[in-house]
Write a protein that binds this ligand. Structure first.
Ligand code: FAD
Length: 306
């Protein structure tokens, strides 16, 4: 896809579609990339006001869908479900769901909640053990995301997406292993995947090639974080195990002040999103951190919205 064809023209109302695959197919038919945003449930009243203000501003650029994270171990279960309910009434919504430490019964109850809310899909995740409960991974009834995909497929009609890792999952020996697991999830019914944070087109194209070699042909939607706060993104990259390219670190180090670092970071992440679409990505999923300005700047700069 050449850069001139990037700007999305088709006016789609995401609520006309029942699933993520359906809206993605409509974009694909128009030869246009999807645009989607990720939010997390707020912890307090100030966070709540901030989230809804960002959400409403982001709706103005017509995302194809949004997604809402879920705390591993169900730590923010009620808040996450409340956000999903409210968002799903306005736009096609993915509810993330983790299974670490959970029982099948409690997981089924959440799935029923998502069905009632009319979500476009769930993102089936394992989650990580909380710091204060390092043994949590062994405690629940569902040990891996694959078992969650199986459960969703057996018990509901919900579409299921899963996670993918351009920089290899931290517990995995290599990308081939991750790709085999992705293929197993596809065989169990997953129809799309969304990636972890990463910073190079090569990491994404390597993942897609590896996944395809393992038989995982489902769409892999890159997750991109607008780099509006260099220090914060460096911290998040360390947590997720993503490598920030040395040349970008060098530019941050040479920046005169935070404003210049923001400009460098935003230019980098916007170009990354553009290059990913040019390299064949079906769309871009923007990690908003519940802020609208940088997300819109990135989406607009990459030709993903007007
Ligand atoms: P799994 O698929 O279970 O994989 C975990 C590890 O086990 C991997 O190393 C994998 O290779 C290995 N493995 C799995 N199945 C098998 C198998 N059958 N055979 C051999 N090895 C296997 N976390 C949250 O808490 N809340 C969220 O909302 C959330 N949202 C996320 C959104 C995205 C887009 C991404 C990429 C991650 C998100 N996470 C979230 C983080 C995620 O929970 C962690 O990365 C977690 O460590 C792995 O989750 P998973 O679903 O890939 O787990």
């Amino acid at each position: 896809m050449s850069e001139t064809t990037l700007l999305r023209k088709a006016q789609l109302n995401s609520l006309d579609f029942a699933t993520i695959s359906q809206v993605s197919a409509a974009r694909k038919a128009a030869a246009e990339p999807t645009l989607s945003f990720e939010f997390f449930p707020p912890k307090d009243e100030a966070g709540e006001a901030n989230l809804w203000s960002a959400f409403h501003k982001l709706l103005e650029v017509s995302p194809d869908y949004v997604s809402v994270t879920y705390g591993a171990g169900g730590s923010n279960r009620e808040r996450s479900l409340a956000v999903v309910d409210r968002m799903a009434a306005k736009v096609l919504t993915i509810g993330h769901l983790t299974c670490v430490g959970a029982t099948k019964q409690s997981t089924l109850e959440i799935l029923q909640h998502f069905e009632r809310a009319g979500v476009g899909a769930i993102l089936a995740l394992r989650g990580d053990a909380p710091k204060d409960d390092p043994d949590a991974l062994g405690k629940g009834e569902l040990k891996t995301a694959l078992e969650l995909v199986d459960l969703v497929h057996e018990s509901t009609k919900l579409e299921v997406g899963v996670a993918a890792f351009p920089e290899v999952h931290p517990e995995s020996p290599n990308m081939e292993h991750d790709s085999k697991v992705l293929a197993l999830k596809q065989d169990a019914g997953a129809t799309f995947s969304v990636t972890q944070l990463f910073f190079s087109v090569q990491a994404y194209t390597d993942l897609v090639a590896s996944a395809q070699a393992a038989g995982a042909t489902l769409p892999i939607i890159p997750g991109v974080m607008p780099i509006s706060n260099a220090k914060q993104v460096v911290r998040m990259a360390e947590l997720s195990g993503a490598a920030i390219p040395a040349e970008l670190i060098a530019k941050f180090d040479a920046a005169a002040d935070e404003d210049e670092a923001r400009e460098i970071g935003m230019a980098y992440s916007t170009q990354l999103a553009k290059d990913l679409v040019t390299a064949g990505a079906p769309g871009v999923h923007i990690f908003t951190l519940n802020h609208h300005a940088a997300a819109i700047e990135l989406a607009r700069g990459a030709g993903l919205c007007r």
